[in-house]
Design a protein around this ligand. Structure first.
Ligand code: ATP
Length: 202
């Protein structure tokens, strides 16, 4: 299976782009979604999170208080690494199992924090969704109703644009309109089909 890792900063358009690939019939696996599922009530990793971070990051009913956990690891690299260390083996195993279950020629693996994470994710190519900060700010303010400062704080925690671009095999500029984006996705889809077929002829 040929795997395209898709990444980009907050509000760059990752969800929009993965939706467009999905509409073309491409299987999309989302690392954030898997992480969310693995920390749903009753999941075994919750015991490890409780042992590492205490009762503070849990609700009285035993479910994870995601906002509090996020706040806790936000400004603290050690805590963030610790949480990643707990979650990553399970996320990795789930990604491999989902990839094994698809029979398409290639798949998209969405990993918002590909550049920031020290962990390896299986991939053959990296697609970076790129969009200038001011456009991302405006789009996220409109989408989430967050303040400019709140979004800038999240941006400051994320990798710089240059670090992300250094990793890219392909760059998808999402500063234009949706029709332009769709055309570029269709182009990339053809390229990935070709690359995947070249890898696995027949
Ligand atoms: P996050 O990092 O917060 O998960 P994201 O990278 O998944 O965000 P999207 O949710 O896809 O980004 O896009 C951010 C917002 O911008 C959404 O409201 C989306 O509808 C809008 N948007 C994305 N691309 C375009 C575009 N080319 N033109 C206009 N609006 C866009």
């Amino acid at each position: 299976m040929f795997v395209v890792a898709l990444t980009g900063g907050i509000g760059s358009g990752k969800s929009t782009v993965t939706r467009l690939f999905a509409q073309l019939g491409v299987p999309v696996i989302d690392a954030d979604e898997i992480s969310h599922e693995l920390t749903a009530p009753g999941q075994p990793v919750l015991n490890e999170i409780r042992a590492a971070f205490g009762d503070d990051v849990f609700e009285h009913n035993g479910s994870l208080n995601r906002a509090r956990l996020r706040e806790r690891v936000f400004g603290n690299v050690n805590d963030r690494r610790r949480l990643e260390g707990l979650l990553h083996p399970a996320i990795h195993a789930e990604i491999l199992s989902r990839l094994a279950a698809t029979d398409a020629v290639y798949a998209i693996l969405s990993i918002p924090l590909l550049v920031e994470s020290r962990h390896d994710y299986p991939h053959d190519r990296v697609l970076v969704i790129d969009c200038p900060d001011d456009i991302r700010l405006a789009r996220v303010m409109e989408r989430d109703g967050l303040t400019r400062e709140a979004i800038q704080r999240i941006m400051a925690q994320q990798a710089l644009r240059n670090e992300r671009l250094k990793l890219a095999d392909d760059i998808l500029d999402n500063s234009g309109d949706l029709a332009t984006l769709q055309a570029r996705v269709t182009e990339l889809h053809r390229l990935y089909q070709q690359l995947a077929r070249a890898r696995n002829p027949g």
